[in-house]
Design a protein around this ligand. Sequence first.
Ligand SMILES: *Cc1c(COP(=O)(O)O)cnc(C)c1O
Length: 336
Amino acid sequence: MHLARFPRLRFAHLPTPLEPMENLSRLLGGPNLWVKRDDCTGLAGGGNKTRKLEFLIADAQAKGADTIITQGAVQSNHARQTAAISARMGYDCHLLLENRTGSEDPDFLSNGNVLLDEIFGASLHDFPAGTDMNAEMQTLADSLEDQGRKPYIIPGGGSNRIGALGYANAAYELNGQCNDLGLKVDRIVHGTGSTGTQAGLIAGLTAIHSGIGVLGISVRAPKQAQEENVYRLAQETAAYIGSASALSRHDIVANSDYVGAGYGLPTDGMIEAVELTARHESILLDPVYSGKAMAGLIDLVRQGEFKAGENVVFIHTGGSQALFGYPSLFGKRETD
Ligand SMILES: *Cc1c(COP(=O)(O)O)cnc(C)c1O
């Protein structure tokens, strides 16, 4: 696949490292666990949205935008990374933030990613849970256009076929690293939400016939809905990069057993995963995405889903900045 056909800006620190998690692998006693450090993409603390934004911001630039509008949850990592790149580009940035959990904890509302959004100079707009965020973005765009601005709307999570190109590219990058290391990968595991990461990965991996399976651990939607959503965007992305024929519905696998009570609401497994990964690998996960994804991976290893000797790559999609929005979850418990 020749991704150089698509406009792209270069601000991510790539390739991100691919590292063994020897301590966690030994502790859990199952497959060999590896981590692809997409928490180290370099922009504003990093995370998976940076790869998508390289393509999305290039598109905004090509369209003559001077203002970026996007939306997400209050502690959105996507919003933080969008605020950061907008600052560098000299664009105004409007972040529409939905309080999906209804939390009124002052740390949740103004620390963590929210604090960083403000430091990057973004304008924040707050909405209650259940708001039609796409409609709100359009309303804001219309009024900015009336004022002579050129707004560019990025969908939540940067998840459309343009943003997903960032993860088609990540698929090639990871595949190349594994070939260089002689590492035969049996499964890739990561957190899946707005779907661009999994859809882009699968579009990229199938385009090069990698044969590597991807398991998305859902942080919000039930399995069937998540898989359908990923499939739709994976097909669009595959068509966009010119390889639609290779993709099958069977390639899309999501597991929604680790969502708990809902998006952004803590689970015991998430807290254990964040603490275990910090204490054994010195890696910080986050409470909403990578912590629940790792909770799923740990539980599946314990259940014997993967065989000893298999190689599993966990894509660390970032988000540790959100830890500071949830300080009461950690550090106050007996863990031994
Ligand atoms: C957005 C996000 C995800 C999910 O990626 P999608 O492309 O939205 O499915 C996973 N982890 C972190 C830390 C995120 O910010």
